[in-house]
Design a protein around this ligand. Structure first.
Ligand code: AMP
Length: 207
């Protein structure tokens, strides 16, 4: 199974990705997680990326595409891939269209998790992340296990979230029509388990 999961910030992408990984044994490739690891290392890429991420803007396409080209060389991609946070622009989608056939990989579906702007802002204010594992939680809807160390991401501040939403609607949403009949629309404003069940049911009915 090779999937793209797409949706606005706070749509539950990370949480649903975890459920998909458990069910299908796919490897998650999250450009956001790769960039955050670079920031933590203090690499040149990390320093440049942090500036943009903190403003809610996207990292340039050529940087992201180079990073993905390298990541897709690893052997684990053979077990199936879940792309999380990539592609985020039309040029990135075109680059992936070229990369996948070179690797003999075929995309099965694009899971499009739909959530309104209002709901996004409400959710993100409560979002917390475990920076070691990348697991995401919400202080009210999905609290972290007791004792687990979680933080609020710098780019989860309200002003940055509004900018990320604008960027999402303008630059990322157009990729959904690019994938046409591969797209599986999901109502992301339901309880977590209901969203997961809807994703599984819709993916099963396609296979
Ligand atoms: P995410 O964890 O997917 O929400 O990504 C956090 C931030 O990293 C985004 O707001 C962007 O600034 C940057 N980023 C992640 N993935 C991409 C991508 N595919 N293209 C450009 N920027 C990205």
């Amino acid at each position: 199974m090779n999937l793209i999961v797409v949706g606005p910030p706070g749509c539950g992408k990370g949480t649903q990705a975890e459920a998909l990984i458990r069910k299908y044994g796919v490897v998650q490739i999250s450009t956001g997680n790769i960039l955050r690891a670079e920031i933590k290392k203090g690499s040149e890429l990390g320093v440049k990326a942090k500036e943009l991420i903190d403003k809610g803007q996207l990292v340039p396409d050529d940087v992201i595409i180079g990073m993905m080209r390298e990541r897709l060389q690893q052997d684990d991609v053979k077990q199936g891939i879940l792309f999380d946070g990539f592609p985020r622009t039309i040029p990135q989608a075109h680059a992936l269209d070229e990369l996948l056939p070179e690797l003999g990989i075929e995309l099965d579906a694009v899971v499009n998790i739909q959530v309104s702007d209002e709901e996004v802002v409400k959710r993100i204010s409560g979002r917390r992340v475990n920076i070691e594992t990348g697991a995401t939680y919400h202080i009210v809807y999905n609290p972290p296990p007791e004792g687990e160390q979680v933080i609020q991401r710098d780019d989860d501040k309200e002003e940055t979230v509004r900018e990320r939403l604008t960027v999402y609607r303008k630059q990322t949403e157009p990729i959904i029509s690019h994938y046409q009949d591969k797209v599986v629309d999901i109502d992301g404003q339901q309880p977590i388990e209901t969203v997961t069940a809807e994703i599984f049911a819709k993916l099963e009915s396609r296979s």
